[in-house]
Design a protein around this ligand. Structure first.
Ligand code: SF4
Ligand code: SF4
Length: 385
C-alpha cells in the first residue's frame, strides 16, 4: 500500500493525556491512533484507527486532511511511500507531550493550559508512563522531533529524552527537528541537548515581532525583545559552525505585525542566517472570541486593512526562494464580520441555524446564548475550544 509519508511511520505524543496522533494536519480527533498511558507503541502503530487512516489516503481520500497541511500547500511536496506493516515503533517521532511554555501567545489555542515549568504531583504518574514508553521507542527512531505544542526549553522530560537519544541506525540516516519560540535558546540550555549536534539538525523558531511592544503583546511575555535577539545570534553562531544544519525562522502573519513583515524577513535572512523564512497565516483559535480574532486576519478581503496588506506583500523580498509563504500570502476565507462562533458543526442543523440567526440577532443576545453554552465569557473571551 502506498500512503502519505507521514502516515507510514510518524507518531506524535502531543498532549499531557498521552494521546498519540499520526499527523498534525489530519482532522482532530480522527488523527488520534492511541494513548501512551494505556497502550505500548506496537499496539498504537497497528491500531484500527491508524490502519483506517492509512487506507483512506492510500485510496486517494484526502477529505480529512486539513487545508493547512504544508504537503498539500504546493505541488510536489506530498510524498506517497510504501507502508511497512512490520514497523512496531515510529521511525519519525515527535515528543510534544509536556505542556509548559514561558509565553502566552494571543494566537495560541492551548496557551491557557501551559503552566510554568512546574510539574504537579497529579500528572507525575502519567508523565512517568509516557516518558518510559517513549524511551522504549527511541532506539528505533531515525527522525526525531521535539515540541510543536508547547515550549521545548520549558520541558525537562523532553530535553532529557532528547539528550539520551542513541539510535540503532547509522548517524548519517538520522536527523532531528526542534521547534521553539527561541527565547530560551541560549548557551546554557543548548548544553542540555548538544548531543543532537552530532546528527543533521534542523531548528524552527517562531518570532512574532522585533518591535518590543508588539512582541510582548503577541507573545504574552514581559521579556525584552533584546533577549530574543541575543538568542537568535547564538543560534546563528551554531548555524555558522555547521552544528545546526537547517534554520527556519517563522512568524504568524497578522494585523499587529504585517507592516513589519518585509523588515522582519530581511533580518531573518541577513542578520540571523535563516535558510528558510516561513510566513504562516493566523488560523482561528487563540485566547479571544472569534469575533475579536476576526480583526487579526488581515488576509481577509473584508478586513479594513486588506488593501494595505496586499501592498506590503508586493515587496520583492517575498520573491526570495528562501521565503516559504505557506498560504501566508493567500486570501483568508473568514468572510465578513461578525463570524460564526459556536462549536456546533456548520453542517449540523443547530450549526446551520445558529450561523444565520446570530448574524441577525443583536450582539448582546447572541453573546448571552453563547455564554450559556460556556463558549465565551461576558468579555467575549473564549475558554472552551
Ligand atoms: S496529506 Fe497532509 S494532512 Fe494528509 S496525511 Fe499527509 S501530511 Fe497529513
Ligand atoms: S510559544 Fe508556542 S506554545 Fe507557547 S504560547 Fe506561544 S504558540 Fe503557544
Amino acid at each position: 500500500m502506498k500512503t502519505c509519508s507521514k502516515l507510514a511511520s510518524f507518531a506524535q505524543a502531543f498532549n499531557a493525556e498521552g494521546d498519540v496522533r499520526i499527523c498534525g494536519w489530519f482532522k482532530h480527533p480522527e488523527t488520534i491512533i492511541g494513548n501512551l498511558v494505556k497502550n505500548e507503541f506496537p499496539e498504537i502503530m497497528h491500531s484500527t484507527q491508524a490502519m483506517k487512516i492509512r487506507n483512506m489516503v492510500a485510496n486517494g481520500d484526502f477529505s480529512m486532511c486539513c487545508n493547512t497541511c504544508p504537503f498539500l500547500a504546493e505541488d510536489g511536496r506530498l510524498q506517497m511511500v510504501d507502508y511497512n506493516d512490520k514497523l512496531d515503533y515510529p521511525e519519525e517521532l515527535s515528543i510534544s507531550f509536556e505542556q509548559y511554555c514561558n509565553y502566552k501567545c494571543t494566537c495560541c489555542e492551548s496557551n491557557f493550559q501551559h503552566d510554568a515549568c512546574n510539574e504537579l504531583a497529579k500528572i507525575k504518574e502519567r508523565y512517568d508512563i509516557i516518558e518510559s514508553r517513549i524511551r522504549d521507542a527511541l532506539p528505533y527512531v531515525k527522525h526525531l522531533g521535539g515540541h510543536g505544542t508547547a515550549e521545548l526549553f520549558c520541558s525537562p522530560r523532553t530535553l532529557k529524552l532528547l539528550s539520551e537519544w542513541n539510535p540503532k541506525a547509522p548517524k548519517e540516516e538520522c536527523d532531528v527537528f526542534l521547534e521553539t519560540n527561541g527565547s530560551l535558546f541560549n548557551e546554557k540550555n543548548w548544553g542540555k541537548i548538544e548531543n543532537l549536534g552530532d546528527y543533521h539538525l534542523g531548528v524552527c523558531i517562531t518570532v512574532m515581532s522585533f518591535n518590543e511592544i508588539v512582541y510582548q503583546n503577541l507573545s504574552g511575555t514581559s521579556m525584552p525583545v533584546s533577549n530574543l535577539e541575543e538568542c537568535l545570534k547564538f543560534v546563528r553562531s551554531l548555524r555558522d559552525k555547521g552544528i545546526i544544519n537547517y534554520l527556519e525562522l517563522a512568524t504568524v502573519v497578522q494585523e499587529a505585525n504585517y507592516l513589519e513583515l518585509p523588515e522582519m524577513t530581511k533580518r531573518f535572512l541577513d542578520e540571523f542566517g535563516a535558510d528558510c523564512v516561513r510566513l504562516r497565516p493566523i488560523f482561528p483559535g487563540g485566547i479571544y472570541d472569534r469575533n475579536i480574532q476576526w480583526f487579526f486576519d488581515v488576509r481577509n478581503p473584508n478586513h479594513p486593512y486588506y488593501s494595505m496588506y496586499k501592498k506590503v506583500m508586493e515587496n520583492k523580498i517575498f520573491e526570495d526562494e528562501r521565503v516559504f509563504k505557506w498560504r501566508g500570502d493567500l486570501d483568508s476565507p473568514l468572510g465578513p464580520h461578525p463570524v460564526y462562533t459556536t462549536d456546533w458543526h456548520v453542517n449540523s442543523w443547530k450549526g446551520f441555524t445558529w450561523k444565520h440567526l446570530r448574524n441577525i440577532l443583536p450582539m448582546g443576545i447572541s453573546r448571552k446564548i453563547e455564554m450559556s453554552y460556556g463558549q465565551v465569557d461576558k468579555n467575549g473571551v473564549r475558554h472552551k475550544f
